[in-house]
Every structure is written in structure tokens, then in C-alpha cells.
Write a protein that binds this ligand. Structure first.
Ligand SMILES: [Fe+2]
Length: 268
């Protein structure tokens, strides 16, 4: 289709004071790459056996990338919901986070490690915005800087930016303004928003959905299980399962996804 109204000399408009929106371009990972995706760990409510199983799988398969796909921390006390004072405080969570990152860096000494924020990780900054907004632009108060992640060479991906593994779009799942879950499964909900190869965490459920478009091209979406306890006090009955994903990215941009469930330390 040709444009019907070509403006060859558009008006140049300069109005001082333009604000830049946050950078939303996806963080692109080119192949060849072997990527271990660790979803929804929710420190300090992590599930040690499942987390260790997923990390062990990554080491056995010599992954060169590790992607923490959101909700590494729980930050229970920074929630906007009702809080129980007996639950663990952010100070203890940060200490645990420090240990976790050191462990992960030792386990994958040469891998590229990325930490994409989920909605729970965003609670830290949102709490500062709510309670002390004038402090919100002090970088030293961001928890990734308190933890010294740059010294461990761990990359942070925030502002709801996707990570693209070749042509696979990886999101946490909270990036859409309304819930993408539906009565069928989260992968179907993700398909109905993304219309492209995509994988998400956030729902703590393992699912997969494929549809052919009118040209016969098959598009698949995935949602992963989680690596936290399965019966939190706020939602003891749910459809959650333990799991993680392994993605092989080829130099062509194509990829293969192994979306694993974990049960009692066994990988399915
Ligand atoms: Fe989560």
C-alpha cells in the first residue's frame, strides 16, 4: 500500500522542556545462547529443593545465561495489602538476597546473569514513592545498588522492559495493565495479548498454548511454574506448581523452549 499524502517538508517543531519516557526497548540476547530461566523465587519464601534442582539442571547443561524472570524478592512488608508484623522484614530479605546472588555467581561463574524485575521487586521503589517520594531519585537507595549487583556483574532489567531471547519475548507477566490470566490457562491469556512468541512467569502455573494464524504460521506461548512455596497464607488453594525453563537460542534467532515442572526434586 502506498502512502497517499506524502509531506516532503514537515514542519520542524521544537518546544523546550520535553521529558523523555523510560527506555522500554527490549534487552536483546542473540544466539547462540543457552538460557536458564528462574521464575518467581520470592525470597524468603523460596523452595530450596526446587531452586537447587533448577540450578543443578543449569549447571549440568552448561548454560551461559541465567535469567531471573521477576519476583526474586517477596518484600512482604512493602506490600499495599494488609501485613502481619510477624513476617520477615526487608532487612532480612536483603541479607538473604545478598547470599543468593553470591551463590548464583559462584554456581555460574562465567555466565551472563540478568535480573528482570517483577511486581514484587517493584514494591521497593513503589514504597519509596509512596512514603518518601523526594528520596525516590537517589540511586543509592535502590535495592540493587544496596546489594552491589554491579560488583557481581549482574545486569538489572527494570521499567517493565521485556527480554528477547532471539525471537522469544520474555516478560514477567505484570507488564499488561490488566490480568492476562483466563479460565483456560495463562499461556492462552498471554497469547491473546502478545500475538507473538512469548513466555511469562507471574502466574506460578506451567502452561503452553499454540495457534496457527491465517498464513499457517504457528505461534506458541508459555507460562512457567515457580520456585517458591506453593501454599502461601494469602492463597493456600491455587493451581501453582514448581518449575523453570531452559531456552536454547540459535544464531538465526530461532529458539527451542523446554518448560519443566519440578515435583519432589524430580524434573518433568
Ligand atoms: Fe510471583
Amino acid at each position: 500500500m502506498e502512502p497517499t499524502d506524502v509531506i516532503t517538508n514537515p514542519e520542524r517543531l521544537f518546544i523546550e522542556g520535553q521529558e523523555q519516557l523510560p527506555n522500554w526497548t527490549p534487552r536483546q540476547i542473540e544466539g547462540p545462547a543457552k538460557v536458564l530461566i528462574l521464575p518467581d523465587i520470592h525470597l524468603p519464601y523460596h523452595h530450596n529443593l526446587s531452586l537447587g534442582t533448577a540450578v543443578g539442571f543449569g549447571r549440568q547443561n552448561d548454560v551461559d545465561h541465567v535469567l531471573i524472570n521477576g519476583d526474586l524478592f517477596d518484600f512482604y512488608h512493602l506490600s499495599r495489602f494488609q501485613r502481619d508484623p510477624r513476617m520477615r522484614r526487608p532487612k532480612a530479605e536483603l541479607e538473604l538476597g545478598r547470599k543468593f546472588f553470591e551463590y548464583l555467581r559462584n554456581a555460574f561463574s562465567t555466565a551472563r546473569i540478568l535480573f528482570k524485575f517483577g511486581n514484587h521487586d517493584e514494591r521497593w521503589h513503589n514504597y519509596i514513592l509512596d512514603k518518601a517520594p523526594v528520596l525516590s531519585d537517589i540511586p543509592e537507595l535502590e535495592f540493587e545498588n544496596l546489594l552491589g549487583l554491579d560488583k557481581l556483574n549482574i545486569e538489572v532489567v527494570k521499567d517493565k522492559r521485556p527480554v528477547r531471547l532471539g525471537s522469544l519475548n520474555v516478560v514477567h507477566g505484570h507488564e499488561y495493565t490488566f490480568n492476562i490470566s483466563n479460565p483456560v490457562n495463562p499461556a492462552r491469556g498471554l497469547y491473546n495479548r502478545a500475538y507473538a512468541y512469548a513466555l511469562c512467569g507471574h502466574f506460578h502455573q506451567k502452561s503452553e498454548h499454540s495457534e496457527n494464524n491465517i498464513e499457517g504460521k504457528s505461534i506458541t506461548t508459555w507460562s512457567t511454574g515457580c520456585l517458591c512455596g506453593l501454599r502461601p497464607a494469602w492463597l493456600p488453594f491455587n493451581k501453582w506448581c514448581h518449575g523453570f525453563a531452559f531456552v536454547e537460542v540459535y544464531s538465526s534467532g530461532k529458539f527451542s523452549v523446554s518448560n519443566h515442572k519440578i515435583s519432589d526434586g524430580k524434573i518433568y
